[in-house]
Design a protein around this ligand. Structure first.
Ligand code: ADE
Length: 225
């Protein structure tokens, strides 16, 4: 899988996408993540990618030209399954959408910009708009990092223990059960006896029951879905 991210602040994406599981997934060739500076795609001699909005509002707007050039350049090398724009206006991001995106071959993520991007980009180039929640970030880079992280970690082979992504919260529409590690007794704070019983069938049943119970208490909306 290949993910191309277009941004005016590439520095914001460096570290979150190059550590831990994402770093390993790239090193072993499971995914390619390419971060592109939109300023590299403008013919403006000062490398400016934004301009004043028509109508006289405050703030700056990303121009069509650099985005058009960047997307065309990428498309001339391969086909893209989805061209995503990160924006609070977009469809609310879910695990289900992360699962779907993880099955695609090539995607572009265009990071939003404080004031916005020329609307013609959204009309003519973007195939999907995604919001990571009902709050406003300074730009779309952190949203792009969230989306990329959630996709890459479920690409088969990205997580060492193949089964562990499948037991995540949300993967089956339920929250994950609690987990514990040694010591079994920390100053009187005890691990549930069942987990020390060695009876794996009973442990599994206990985990499933707690998943449902925790979902019912903490996120009853998930059960309705
Ligand atoms: N850009 C600014 N706020 C955002 C959000 N909530 N989701 C996605 N992109 C954004």
């Amino acid at each position: 899988m290949r993910i191309d991210i277009l941004t005016v602040v590439p520095e914001l994406l460096d570290s979150p996408l190059n550590e831990s599981i994402l770093k390993r997934a790239q090193n072993v060739g499971l995914v390619e993540i390419h971060i592109h500076n939109l300023r590299d795609y403008t013919e403006d001699k000062h490398r400016r990618v934004d301009d004043y909005p028509f109508g006289g509002d405050a703030g700056m707007v990303i121009r069509v030209e650099p985005v058009f050039n960047a997307v065309n350049h990428l498309k001339s090398h391969r086909e893209y399954d989805e061209i995503i724009y990160t924006s609070p206006d977009g469809e609310k991001y879910t695990q289900r959408e992360a699962n779907r995106l993880s099955t695609l071959k090539n995607i572009i993520i265009l990071c939003g910009h404080y004031k916005g991007i020329d609307h013609r980009i959204r009309e003519h180039l973007i195939t999907k708009e995604i919001s990571i929640g009902d709050y406003v970030l300074t730009g779309g880079e952190l949203a792009a990092a969230v989306i990329t992280d959630s996709i890459v970690r479920i690409v088969p082979g990205a997580i060492g223990d193949e089964t562990s992504a499948l037991t995540d919260s949300f993967q089956d529409g339920l929250l994950a059960p609690p987990v514990y590690t040694r010591p079994a007794d920390f100053n009187g704070w005890k691990v549930p006896d069942i987990l020390l019983s060695g009876n794996f069938a009973k442990i599994k049943k206990w985990q499933e029951d707690l998943s449902v119970e925790r979902t019912r208490i903490l996120r009853p909306d998930l059960l309705k879905e």
